[in-house]
Design a protein around this ligand. Sequence first.
Ligand SMILES: [Zn+2]
Length: 296
Amino acid sequence: MPFLRPFAYPLLFLLGLAPWSAALAANNQSGATKPGTVRLFINRAGGGKAMDVSNTLDVPVDVTLRISRRVNVAGVGNGLIRTRVPANSRVRVATLSKRQPGGPIMFKHSFSYVPLFTPEPRQPGSVAGPAYALPWQGGPFRISQGAGGDYSHNTPRGRHAVDIAMPIGTPILAARAGTVVAVHNGQAGRHPDPAGNYVRIRHADGSESAYLHLSRGSVRVGTGQRVKVGTPLGESGNTGRSTGPHLHFVVQKKTGDGMVSVPFRFAQPVESLPNFASREPWDHSMRRSTSSRLTK
Ligand SMILES: [Zn+2]
């Protein structure tokens, strides 16, 4: 993949931090990171447009900007721009000029970002809470929509969600131990549930993680079942409101307004191979379910 880029230094990912509400900040007890925002600004520049990203977080962010349906636009190549914006800075990420001087320019754009956090807890640039294992087998894959993405990650339930593009049938594994509290496994296409087939896991602290858009019939865990990190849950798919094969992963907490998504961090960069070596072997529960099937 053309924009796949190895990280030069080890970082933990936290997916989503901006518009960090006061309520979330208050819940984040060891919140070493100050509230901040990542915003895209579009201004007139000469005859065209200039796009700036302002990052008021204490950590750098990787931003993805897609400029589509371009009419009379020059200067942005194929319209996909990925760049890193340092902490507490404002950077010009794109300059759109006119192909023909006379007419207007038109385009659509989408924007998302991934803050890059240090691995040490309780430091500037780290985030409270446990690190989540990459919840899939294989890869590396890349983020197709990050936190705050204005396609669908713009509601309280999904603001800090992340979409990871991956082929249909990729094994999906539990990112954190807990108890399965909901599954949906019988949906073939987009309807009726926009989440498609999914697994929802409640963790010891009451938070929940959800794995969406799974393949029909692939879910292999049931409500009430305990899972460990790496327990196979099902296979990725393209069900529900999904524009291509991907996993939508989100961590949520219960608040007065219902379940809202919260920032979280993966234990390693998304664009790396998952590593379950230091944990319970990921196929442990597979073997167990196989043997229980044999004894029946
Ligand atoms: Zn999503």
